[in-house]
Design a protein around this ligand. Structure first.
Ligand code: NAP
Length: 349
């Protein structure tokens, strides 16, 4: 049995010297190194931005979406959408554990990987034949590899797998929002969450409230989503606006927050083009958290400069210690949130 690198560099096929996330291609060979873990894959969760891009590109043709996902995994040895650069995560059963693996996993354990599919060596063996391409959750068979420095969470017995997958996919968002709201501000800030009816958005609302934000504003796309967010009973107010329309969005946020921008704006929308609106909607000295994978660094950096906007901008790191447990706690505390996720997983919205 060979010895691997804890960061997985031994699995990079090209380009030489890259880490797995930035690599064009990984080696998904199921044979493990002595510090690796092999997972028997059961279900993938495609990242929202990636799935939307594929579905839009193929005009909703599920078979074409499935063929493209298969082709990407075959070509790259991992699921990383070449357009959005994003991946998702997976659940499966631990199949083999190298003797020097530090992850503490046991064969037979059901887990969710908490590292992105964009750096996870993946081999699909069933041609995704149980998936019709019409949902971001993908029943799949195959193998995935975890490195010494990967993270994974056992799936709680009382939580349906699809639900766990949906929650863990975005669990970095609420943990980061809690940290920003509680550590950066002495008195409760106002928080605006864009894309608040979605998975990361609804969890971010709950985290902002939990961290004692003074005023939590949910910004959603249309009245249907506004009704859905109202039912959660978490946000202090709800505004309907297109997050890709900078002036319209800023006006809606200012109206809702009594003529001021938000102290903290959290971008949880899954489409490109929200940078300028988010910056314009944020008060001077405030913070923008870009959780969305559709965020463009040049748009954000040059947009803020061009607007002479004195705001701090954070990239939503998918990892914050304790993030998975915290997301599950929020789900427990807010039955409405749990219902929203149940509906989403069942394809009811
Ligand atoms: P989601 O559940 O699909 O939520 C996105 C929400 O944004 C939906 O409610 C959507 O409404 C809404 N939306 C779309 N276009 C809009 C617009 N123009 N104006 C206002 N709202 C709009 O997505 P998610 O799973 O929470 O993911 C959100 C983002 O986080 C994605 O970009 C995803 O890739 C990213 N992400 C980041 C990380 C990380 O580590 N940073 C991890 C996971 C995911 P409709 O459904 O009506 O379109």
């Amino acid at each position: 049995m060979s010895t691997g690198s804890p960061v997985g560099s031994h699995r990079v096929v090209s380009p030489a010297g890259a880490l797995p996330q930035a690599a064009d291609r990984l080696d998904p060979n199921p044979e493990i190194a002595d510090d690796e873990v092999r997972v028997s894959v059961e279900r993938l969760n495609l990242d929202a931005a990636s799935y939307r891009q594929l579905r839009t590109k193929h005009g909703g043709d599920g078979a074409a979406v499935r063929d493209e996902v298969l082709a990407i995994v075959e070509a790259r040895g991992k699921m990383q959408n070449p357009v959005t650069g994003s991946g998702g995560m997976l659940i499966g059963t631990v199949d083999a554990v190298g003797p020097r693996s530090p992850l503490g996993l046991k064969v037979g354990q059901k887990i969710a990987t908490l590292v992105s599919l964009t750096l996870t060596p993946l081999r699909i063996t069933d041609r995704l034949e149980r998936w019709d391409g019409s949902s971001e959750q993908v029943p799949a068979a195959g193998t995935a590899i975890l490195f010494g420095r990967s993270i994974a969470a056992p799936i709680p017995d009382d939580l349906p797998e699809e639900l766990a997958l949906a929650v863990f996919d975005v669990c970095g968002a609420p943990a980061l929002v809690r940290r920003v709201v509680s550590r950066r501000y002495h008195s409760g800030p106002t928080v605006a969450v864009l894309g608040a009816a979605g998975k990361s958005g609804s969890l971010s609302l709950a985290a902002a409230k939990d961290a004692r934000a003074a005023d939590v504003l949910a910004v959603v796309r249309d009245q249907d989503e506004a009704d859905r967010v109202d039912k959660l009973g978490i946000a202090d107010r709800v505004a309907v606006a297109d997050a890709t329309d900078p002036l319209g969005l800023a006006a809606a946020v200012n109206d809702a927050l009594r003529g001021r921008g938000a102290d903290v704006t959290v971008v949880c929308v899954d489409v490109p083009g929200c940078e300028h609106g988010a910056i314009l909607s944020t008060a001077t000295g405030g913070t923008v958290v870009f959780f969305s994978m559709a965020t463009s660094f040049p748009q954000a950096a040059l947009g803020a400069e061009g607007l002479a906007a004195d705001v701090e901008m954070l990239i939503g790191n998918g990892y914050t210690p304790g993030h998975a447990d915290y997301a599950l706690q929020l789900l427990d505390r807010h039955p409405g949130l749990r219902a929203l996720f149940d509906d989403r997983v069942a394809g009811r919205h």
